[in-house]
Design a protein around this ligand. Structure first.
Ligand code: NAD
Ligand code: UDX
Length: 481
């Protein structure tokens, strides 16, 4: 009987293993984590992450062939296949700080696997890691445990948050990289058999280890690059009177370009894009490829520019100051259908507005007050961040930020509204009521292109929507950079 253990019960480990358990009833799947609160939540009615469809999958398998546990060592020792899906954040200190991946968690997981193993194992890199990590992991495993055969595979995850279950049920592809040795090839087939329970075999791609590791970084870099490309166009649209939605549609109908991932926005967020591109940049630099590194660095620079541009647009439109003015922040998560706020553009926009002494009233249907306060006080690595986006002290945040659970409360008496997440409910708000309750002139700054600009202007709002022809009010304001 195949036994799977996954180290790391996070956004990837939890949903991925739940789907494997659902699709492979004869396989026992244990998801383990050092965080007891996280495991307790997985074993409760309130799962630690919000993901459409996830509750259903977990309910169907939990206690049958899906188990969540803090007994990491026991489950690792018993498994034939060990997935490692721990976090791999950007280093904040030391060599490569602000760019390189911090593999502390991965290394400690690998050392633990070596310590507790009594039988041969396939060890699968599920986390996103720098190219050649498998070589380092192999060294840790084999140097610390003689006589046991560890075979390393790279099986990067391509799910996106908010659509994780849909993506896992019907992936564009599953990628498995392994050594070009008999053991490596045998391990690839064993893992392929797991996915083949529900993924057509032609969609299971098998490559060498380094191609699989690099493909993950490359995929995220290409995706993020599309967003920075369309966001760069959005600035030009605003300057020229073109409409970025029309430009996206026009270029997206070219089958070589395709229509997806061309929505201009206040900037991309999430735990992956920035981290993985920085990691890619660092690898390029380490390999003596500064031109390639600079090329990818630009994707992040444009993303930072887009967030700064948005803040500047808000401040300059409102008579060049937001000091003491109430601004409603609608949406704090990095995208809709998730409560995840890691690297959300809302953090940078809120910090920018707080830097100009605004009073913020934040509403997000899935993000708690604690999380928002923590995010705004948190010091993150300050790679290439403009001075006005530097972290503020927690005390300042408490005085300037309130978090509410009702949109109308957020907007009442506000001078302006910033829409920072594309939650569906923001499309269909009663904007007449919103307008009536706001200070005048009433501004809407739509960072996600969700509102009907024409309708809102008819109500009386001054509307800014990314990449759309500017309101005559905004045209008269000083240019923003
Ligand atoms: P996460 O922070 O949500 O989860 C990681 C978990 O690993 C945490 O719960 C942590 O407590 C646990 N952990 C860390 N060290 C451990 C150890 N030694 N033993 C046991 N548990 C340990 O992270 P995530 O979002 O699930 O991402 C995990 C990896 O997958 C990262 O490398 C990420 O880049 C990659 N990835 C993430 C996504 C995504 O959408 N979030 C998508 C694809 C790939
Ligand atoms: C991403 C990758 O899509 C996924 O394959 C990988 O496994 C993890 O990283 P995720 O970050 O969860 O997934 O969400 P994604 O849908 O890619 O969105 C990332 C950010 O880009 C969000 O802030 C989103 O709002 C933004 N975005 C996306 C845009 O601004 N415009 C778009 O057209 C698409």
């Amino acid at each position: 009987m195949v036994k799977i253990c996954c180290i790391g019960a996070g956004y990837v480990g939890g949903p991925t293993m739940a789907v494997i358990a659902l699709k492979c009833p004869e396989i026992e799947v244990a998801v383990v984590d050092i965080s007891a609160p996280r495991i307790n939540a997985w074993n409760s009615d309130h799962l630690p992450i919000y993901e459409p469809g996830l509750d259903d999958v977990v309910k169907k398998c939990r206690g049958k062939n899906l188990f969540f546990s803090t007994d990491v060592e026991k489950h690792v020792a018993e498994a034939n296949i060990v997935f490692v899906s721990v976090n791999t954040p950007t280093k904040t200190q030391g060599l490569g700080a602000g760019k390189a991946a911090d593999l502390t968690y991965w290394e400690s997981a690998a050392r633990m696997i070596a310590d507790v193993s009594k039988s041969d194992k396939i060890v699968v890199e599920k986390s996103t890691v720098p190219v050649k990590t498998a070589e380092a992991i192999e060294r840790i495993l084999t140097h610390n445990r003689k006589g046991i055969n560890f075979t390393i595979l790279s099986n990067p995850e391509f799910l996106a948050e908010g659509t994780a279950i849909k993506d896992l049920f019907n992936p564009d592809r599953v990628l498995i990289g392994g050594r070009e040795t008999p053991d490596g090839q045998k391990a690839i087939l064993a893992l392929r058999d797991v996915y083949a329970h529900w993924v057509p075999v032609e969609r299971i791609l098998c490559t060498n280890l380094w191609s699989a590791e690099l493909s993950k970084l490359a995929a995220n870099a290409f995706l993020a690059q599309r967003i920075s490309s369309v966001n760069a166009m959005s600035a030009l649209c605003e300057a020229t009177g073109a409409d970025v939605s029309q430009v996206s549609h026009s270029i997206g109908t070219d089958s070589r370009i395709g229509p997806k991932f061309l929505n201009a926005s206040v900037g991309f967020g999430g735990s992956c894009f920035q981290k993985d591109i920085l990691n890619l940049v660092y690898i390029c630099e380490c390999n003596g490829l500064p031109e390639v590194a600079n090329y990818w660095k630009q994707v992040i620079k444009v993303n930072d520019y887009q967030k700064t541009r948005f803040v500047n647009r808000v401040v300059s439109s409102m008579f060049n100051t937001v000091s003491g003015k109430k601004i409603a922040i609608l949406g704090f998560a990095f995208k809709k259908d998730t409560g995840d706020t890691r690297e959300t553009p809302a953090i940078d926009v809120c910090k920018g507005l707080l830097g100009d002494k605004a009073k913020l009233s934040v509403y997000d249907p899935q993000v708690s007050e604690d999380q928002i306060m923590r995010d705004l006080a948190m010091k993150k690595f300050d790679w290439d961040h403009p001075a006005h986006l530097q972290p503020l002290s927690p005390t300042t945040n408490k005085q300037q930020v309130s978090v509410v659970w009702d949109v109308q409360e957020a907007v009442t008496d506000a001078h302006g509204i910033c829409i920072l997440t594309e939650w569906d409910e923001f499309k269909n708000l009663d904007y007449q009521k919103v307008y009536d309750n706001m200070q005048k002139p009433a501004f809407v700054f739509d960072g996600r292109n969700v509102v009907d600009v024409k309708k809102l202007r008819e109500i009386g709002f001054i509307v800014y929507s990314i990449g759309k022809p500017l309101d005559s009010w905004l045209k008269d304001m000083p240019a923003v950079a």
